[in-house]
Design a protein around this ligand. Structure first.
Ligand SMILES: [Ca+2]
Ligand SMILES: [Ca+2]
Ligand SMILES: [Ca+2]
Length: 449
């Protein structure tokens, strides 16, 4: 997940830097072009030229929308012959039809020149992602996720390259999926969630490669009240076992997280299990939450934290603008156990771990200064600010260097090559019992991607 996170970070960084430095209203399309630079390197240029030459048509490169491989070019060795092949996704622009077919072309370098060796057409309107899978054959399988239908269904196609052609060895529709070695045998499996016949509920399926094809080797029931999944991540449980974390919606205004694991039986084989849902005994968990909070590894130990949200003191659900405290939970033995609680500011890209004695006593509000939050000891009544404890502000380094902030502010972190800084200020008047040090603020402050 590290790479996925770095991509997310990049998009946020681009957004933030653009907005901080230029104050520009950058359209989404130009952000996309920043993320997927149109300028190709020499090798990509050669491949692109070869593709144009051999398809003899006007083409548009297609960039996978998610995952670790976001380039239109994937250069890797796909077969027994030692040199690399190139995989390129494209659409023809010669057709005016908006639903132009997606093509996947394989090029091989022969006598120092890229040559197209195979071109296949794919269903779908967009390339969701592409993964290379190690299934033990010596060459990777190419797993392509294709956005397919307007109802959110997607299509997974897995290909093996035999040196001449891409052979389709798997085709499955899915709602969400992940390529992962869940049984820890160093070979990749596919775990996907798809609608059962009739479409009313979903099922998780584990596909394992064997004897030239992918076989459904086990299934797990999914919570039928969860209507769609918006995030799927692999990670560990507290006991060191592997798990799949799925953030999903129950209705339109409630999110929750479902967790799949893998359990070995006495005979050495194993199966997918749903760790959070049991049809005979459905449970309610503290990670049911308003939308917007996603499962995340907050402390880089590969054990995922699942968020639950509670209102900060002084806020009620009927207010138009509210702030939440995020309680982070680890899942173990059928229960969510709270690890810590943080204030999460996803638009400014950070979270701040609350000291335990702040919980229930400290609240947060925006200040009149741009991108600044005030943490304060809460009291009931007309003026809820009993004591100001901490200010955190995101700012341009150039403004900081130009002396635009009073000298009580200190830099606690930075990003974007240091162009963006986070400043903290602890007022002298902070109530003694809840006062923390700048050093403590630095330890509790984390960038959030
Ligand atoms: Ca090769
Ligand atoms: Ca495996
Ligand atoms: Ca963690």
């Amino acid at each position: 997940m590290k790479n996925v996170r770095s991509v997310c970070f990049r998009s946020l960084a681009v957004l933030l830097i653009c907005w901080m430095l230029g104050g520009c209203a950058m359209p989404q399309s130009s952000i996309d072009s920043l993320l997927a630079p149109p300028r190709l390197n020499d090798e990509q240029n050669e491949i692109y030229s070869a593709l144009v030459r051999e398809t003899s048509t006007d083409i548009r490169l297609l960039y996978p929308q998610k995952g670790t491989n976001r380039s239109a070019f994937l250069i890797t060795n796909l077969d027994a012959e030692a040199t690399a092949e190139a995989l390129v996704f494209y659409q023809s622009t010669a057709v005016t039809n908006v639903a132009a077919t997606i093509h996947l072309n394989v090029l091989d370098k022969q006598d120092d020149r890229w040559v197209s060796v195979n071109d296949i057409s794919l269903d779908g309107s967009q390339v969701e992602d592409v993964n290379l899978m190690n299934v033990g054959t010596g060459s990777p399988m190419v797993a392509v996720g294709l956005n397919y239908a307007s109802d959110g269904a997607s299509l997974l196609k897995i290909f093996s390259f035999n040196g001449k052609t891409l052979d389709e060895i798997c085709s499955e529709s899915y709602q969400t999926k992940i390529v992962y070695d869940i049984d820890s045998d160093d070979l990749d499996e596919v775990i996907l969630v798809s609608a059962l016949e009739g479409g009313l509920s979903m099922e998780a399926k584990l596909f394992t490669y064997g004897a030239g094809r992918f076989l459904k080797t086990s299934t797990a029931v999914m919570d039928p009240t969860i209507t769609r999944y918006v995030s799927i991540q692999s990670g560990y449980l507290k006991n060191g076992r592997k798990a799949i974390y799925l953030d999903g919606y129950r209705g339109s205004s409630l999110m929750t997280t479902e967790i799949l694991g893998y359990e070995k039986n006495a005979w050495g084989s194993g199966s997918l299990v749903n760790l959070t849902y049991n049809a005979a005994e459905p449970k309610r968990y503290p990670v049911e939450r308003p939308p917007g909070a996603y499962t995340y590894d907050t402390n880089n130990d590969s054990v995922m934290e699942v968020p639950g949200l509670t209102l900060m003191p002084g806020y009620t659900e009927d207010m138009t603008s509210v702030f939440y405290l995020t309680d982070w939970y680890n899942f173990l033995d059928g229960e969510f156990q709270r690890l810590k609680s943080s204030y999460v500011n996803s638009s400014q890209g950070y979270f701040f771990d609350f000291p335990e004695d702040w919980i229930g006593k400290v609240s947060v509000r925006k200040t009149s200064r741009a991108n600044e939050m005030l943490f304060y000891e809460y009291q009931e009544g007309e003026n809820p600010v009993k004591s100001e404890l901490l200010y955190i502000q995101m700012a341009k380094r150039s403004d900081w260097e130009a002396g635009k902030f009073d000298e009580e502010y200190q830099i606690i972190d930075s990003f974007g090559g240091g162009q963006i800084v986070y400043l903290a200020k602890i007022p002298d008047t902070a109530s003694y019992s809840l006062k923390i040090t700048i050093q403590n603020v630095k330890e509790r402050f984390h960038r959030y991607y």
